[in-house]
Design a protein around this ligand. Sequence first.
Ligand code: NAG
Ligand code: NAG
Ligand code: NAG
Ligand code: NAG
Ligand code: NAG
Ligand code: NAG
Length: 398
Amino acid sequence: MWEWKYPLVIFILLVNSCSGSRRTLYSELNPGCGGKCAELNVTTFYLRAEGPTDTLHYLWDFVQRPAILLAITSNSAKLNVSWDDYLINVPKSIRFTEEPEYTFGVSIEKVLEFDDTNDNGHVDTVLDQNINVLNPENFRWSRKSQQSNDKFVELHMNGENYSDTVKNITRRGNIRVVLNGFCTLEHSDVMPHMLHSENSTQVDFILENLETNKTFTKSRFGMELLVVSQESPLVRMSIDAKKSLDDEHTPGIFEVVELRTPWKMINKGMEEAEAYLQWRPVSYTTSHRDVTSSTDVIHYQLRNCSNIDKKSILYAYYGDQRNDLLMEKINITIGSSGDGFYTKTNYSTWTFIVGYGTPPDEQFSYLVIMIISIGVGLPMLIMSVAAFYACIRRLRNS
Ligand SMILES: *[C@@H]1O[C@H](CO)[C@@H](O)[C@H](O)[C@H]1NC(C)=O
Ligand SMILES: *[C@@H]1O[C@H](CO)[C@@H](O)[C@H](O)[C@H]1NC(C)=O
Ligand SMILES: *[C@@H]1O[C@H](CO)[C@@H](O)[C@H](O)[C@H]1NC(C)=O
Ligand SMILES: *[C@@H]1O[C@H](CO)[C@@H](O)[C@H](O)[C@H]1NC(C)=O
Ligand SMILES: *[C@@H]1O[C@H](CO)[C@@H](O)[C@H](O)[C@H]1NC(C)=O
Ligand SMILES: *[C@@H]1O[C@H](CO)[C@@H](O)[C@H](O)[C@H]1NC(C)=O
């Protein structure tokens, strides 16, 4: 057993060394803010991914609703945040020294809880009074840890002590968010091992011991996302579930859900998307994240949307109404028939990728290619040897 582990370890080291690095990462917490942000305990994490021809700027923001803003600029552009304005949510308080070529944003607009009395996992058939909306900005967001070098960046946030002073509602429990930035095309270390590239970020949500509504006996959670793309709103975004070739990286899951901006014709007749979200429709219900403790992530139809709510960095960057933006909302919920509901383990995950450009396709890995080659090659070899032997015998006999 040992002998065969070493090559594997060496292989993993090679892959992780990022030798084929296509972007160099630089990151900074609350860039240019200084003492004020430290005093307020706010978190706006800035990640700059410099490539040979362009730079991706990510802002992972937790000042209000958790949100991600992505901008693509030339390599010389710099981020410029007017902190005094930004902290009181003045539109256009976030800028770049050059107008970006493209921008894309995602924010968590709502956390949903619903009483799934039918036990089918679907929120769209549930009566309004059986749905609670939690506003993500009402969690107290704090940084748990942070790790960064020029090849890998991780920010671990925790939202706790939900408190809605208007409705006088408080909830115990946590929403943890782990954000990652990468420099190459590879599968992530954590289940469901999403395929990421140097042009994407991974967002991993964990709903841990989140207090459920006492009047609900069959609670499930979900989220509403706002997705904004800087392009014409005439052609809408699309969402579909693609069957994947194998489940090598995510045991038991053969599907990838892809939400992307419209195809655009670029040179050489190639069609490309501007940006995408991608996830496996699976949620793990324990921290071991194995297939035996998992349930479904269900998504619903995209909905047209024409304004940006004040409570996220997307408002600070774009302002509230713009007719040059394509905006959509989408809901996802966690759980499916017969899984015992959220309270069975009080733990749920949802992991997705936010990326620039066309979503990368899964390739057959060497292992799968080897298995296929052996599976197809070996019988072929045996058959040809047998045929050859039969020929020889026949020749000899005649
Ligand atoms: C910021 O965090 C520190 C340490 O966690 C805490 O003592 C302080 O009260 C916090 N300040 C605010 C304004 O939340
Ligand atoms: C950043 O923005 C502020 C306010 O718009 C402006 O006064 C300042 O010159 C900008 N800084 C840079 C480096 O462009
Ligand atoms: C529980 O749900 C009911 C009905 O939707 C709602 O009136 C109440 O405020 C909720 N309680 C909490 C703690 O969210
Ligand atoms: C808020 O709710 C708590 C119990 O959930 C109650 O004791 C308190 O009086 C309420 N406060 C207000 C202002 O309604
Ligand atoms: C990442 O983006 C750059 C251009 O911005 C592009 O050349 C490259 O092919 C992209 N990488 C992937 C894996 O899509
Ligand atoms: C969404 O917007 C598009 C383009 O403006 C329009 O064609 C479509 O009918 C709208 N869909 C809904 C459900 O309103």
